[in-house]
Design a protein around this ligand. Structure first.
Ligand code: GLY
Ligand code: MN
Ligand code: MN
Length: 452
């Protein structure tokens, strides 16, 4: 018979399959197929970062490194060496060290990296000096992240060493190319396994927003809703928030990246929450805005309906062939029309759009890619033109209105900030909303909050 405690816990969500070794291998092969002849890839992992004195931030793997390996340790280095007979995928990783492992946990070591991650040949870092330059000898082009100081220093050192051994027949790389655009094009299109992980991150994020809506009440502080959200994230096995959670009551909602979350929540005001879970390194990213006391005022509701209608039309437009630019232009038109109807703008619709008058109330874009990073990678334009959406892309749709607390604004609208954000995957024939688990209709939010 289950215990009382077990009965009161929410049900665990089924965990999606992790990315398989075969999928990591396919990703590396796809990347290698896009390289120039006689080249190699050099990609360092993330390192530990000091938080203060001898304490460190929680480790988070570099997204590109994770995408190609799944290897979860700091201080590792990936080499891809197309055509190498002894193995194309080489990893240097932390040395096995019984004393250090007693403090900070078991390290995979070279044998573990080969056995558990499908790496062709692994070495521990103590062997870097002996092998790194030799492995890259004869490769004309070296692909690496050019904006990564550690990668550049390693590449320069290797080049120097091979140039110094020219008389013994060594051949140093002649050019360094940026690796990032190639990986980022791959990362833009998500596989089925990645979509399942993003769906899971979105589902956890939605549960967390529902929990925060239920908990909200005048007199609580913004950080207490943050605690409700982040409890739900971690309870479901997420590592935590995918980015700093935003909980902004009243006029704080007008600060786009408000993260101090210290103020009290007041009766009669709205609260804007922009927060998402990170699960297996994949991000959720949801915004909801709702009344602290569970009931929208007339002015709040009028403004909210404008944002909601723009958001719903934008979500409906997500399909293969559509562009983020066209979706954003539609949002701008809908918001401008709504601002005119409420008397917050005056004059002709077209003239207001052309003069960008709406920018006083809406100054960010409507969408960004979503994946291993909350603002995920991949170009937004192709050949200078807005890029058509394609199946496997995942994006956010997040229009908002932020009304300044200014003398020329009707009193009932002053200082109101509203954003509504969902995560949307592009499918063969349209789209899938990943974040439908959290209400956004006025009536649904009010029923949820009043029945809590
Ligand atoms: N949470 C950051 C964003 O919505 O873009
Ligand atoms: Mn967001
Ligand atoms: Mn976003």
């Amino acid at each position: 018979m289950p215990t009382h405690a077990a009965q009161t816990l929410p049900p665990a969500l089924p965990r999606p399959a992790p990315i398989s070794q075969a999928e990591y291998r396919r990703r590396r092969q796809t990347l290698m197929a896009a390289l120039a002849p006689n080249s190699a890839v050099l990609l360092p992992s993330a390192g530990l970062m000091t938080r203060s004195r001898d304490s460190e931030f929680a480790f988070r793997q570099n997204s590109d490194f994770h995408y190609l390996t799944g290897f979860p340790e700091p201080d590792a280095l990936l080499l891809l060496l197309p055509g190498r007979e002894a193995g194309e995928c080489v990893l240097f990783c932390q040395d096995k060290d019984a004393t250090l492992e007693a403090w900070t946990g078991i390290r995979f070591g070279a044998a573990g990296a080969e056995a558990e991650f499908g790496i062709d040949q692994a070495f521990e870092n103590a062997e870097r000096e002996a092998h790194l330059a030799e492995l890259l000898d004869g490769r004309e082009t070296l692909y690496l992240p050019l904006d990564d100081a550690e990668a550049m220093a390693l590449a320069e050192a290797v080049r120097g060493e091979l140039q110094g051994r020219r008389r013994q027949g060594a051949v140093a790389p002649r050019s360094f190319c940026d690796l990032c655009p190639l990986i980022h094009e791959q990362r833009l299109i998500k596989s089925e396994t990645e979509l399942a992980l993003l769906r899971h991150a979105a589902e956890i994020s939605a549960l967390a927003h529902v929990r925060a809506m239920r908990a909200a009440a005048p007199g609580l502080h913004e950080y207490q809703l943050q605690a409700e959200l982040e409890h739900e994230f971690v309870w479901h096995g997420a590592s935590g928030p995918a980015y700093a959670s935003i909980v902004g009551g009243g006029t704080n909602a007008c600060v786009l990246h408000y993260i101090s979350n210290r103020d009290a929540l007041r009766d009669g005001e709205l609260v804007l929450i922009d927060a998402g879970a990170e699960f297996d390194l994949y991000a959720g990213d949801i915004t909801r805005t709702f009344p602290v006391n569970g009931r929208f005022s007339e002015a709040q509701r009028a403004l909210y309906e404008v944002v909601l209608e723009a958001q719903e039309r934008a979500v409906a437009a997500v399909a293969p062939g559509a562009t983020l630019k066209a979706i954003h232009d539609g949002v701008v038109r809908d918001l401008t029309q709504g601002l005119l109807a409420l008397g917050l703008l005056e004059g002709e619709l077209e003239i207001n759009i052309e003069s960008e008058a709406y920018r006083r109330f809406y100054l960010h874009s409507t969408s960004h890619w979503l994946g291993l990073d909350v603002h995920d990678v991949g170009d937004y334009r192709l050949g200078g033109e807005p890029r058509p959406l394609a199946p496997g892309m995942v994006l956010t749709v997040e229009p908002g209105l932020y009304i300044p607390d200014a003398d020329d604004i009707p009193a009932e609208f002053r200082g109101i900030g509203i954003r509504i954000e969902d995560d949307v995957a592009v499918t063969e024939h349209g789209h899938e909303v990943l974040t439908a688990g959290v209400p956004k209709q006025v009536a649904d939010i009010e029923v949820l909050m009043i029945s809590s």
